[in-house]
Write a protein that binds this ligand. Sequence first.
Ligand code: NAP
Length: 216
Amino acid sequence: MKVGIVGGTGDIGEGIAMRLSSKHDVVIGSRDEEKAHESSDACYARVTELGLPCIVSGHSNQEAVDRSDIVILAIPFRHIKPTLSSLHGFEGKIVVSPINPMEKRDFFVYTPPPEGSAALLVRTMLPPGTLLCSAFNTVAANKWKALSEPLDFAVPVCGDDPAAKAVVLDLVRSIPGVSAYDAGPLAVSSMVECLTPLLLNIARFNRMRDVGIQFR
Ligand SMILES: NC(=O)c1ccc[n+]([C@@H]2O[C@H](COP(=O)([O-])OP(=O)(O)OC[C@H]3O[C@@H](n4cnc5c(N)ncnc54)[C@H](OP(=O)(O)O)[C@@H]3O)[C@@H](O)[C@H]2O)c1
């Protein structure tokens, strides 16, 4: 599977690239191709030093879209509109939103757009025929990046196209230690996105780090 990561040089993009590139062909995208090469080289070094295979490359965000079957939008919520309006070619591709709109006030607050969630806003910005799902919203980047530590997390996946959602569920399950759950249609994404400010509040008020979820 070819997986492109728009904004793949950031915290979550680099972490997910490290976890996926031993099983899939990962294309790290950036506004700055040189930065993408640096992230790709760092990912290759980290993964192969553990004796794992690794297929990863760094390109522009547009090439990350063009070269991939699945595109992960690893972009902060406030930058998603200009980013998506600068890219094209999403038709027929599976697009994954891990985006959580939130603000840090006295505590972390979920701040969804009028559409109801980041995923529902993203849907309005993608062309018809794009197969949009949300996933990877609730695992902290530090956990993805701690390659030598085993993972034990659940990832809810939302989406309206059953076949696309099945592909994303399989993609998530290809990462050892991560279980994937069908959380329902894209309309459920708000319930998943708002878990992250909750997890950050729990971490803060209980002096914990990188709190995640598991369903048992
Ligand atoms: N961090 C986490 O633990 C975590 C966990 C779950 C979900 N998420 C979600 O994942 C998304 C990415 O989070 P992150 O922490 O990885 O973000 P980040 O590190 O702050 O940024 C990710 C990438 O976005 C690009 N970017 C920055 N400013 C931009 C701009 N003005 N226009 C276009 N692109 C810009 C940058 O890539 P280039 O400079 O290379 O273009 C940057 O490397 C967010 O929506 C967040 O809610 C994060």
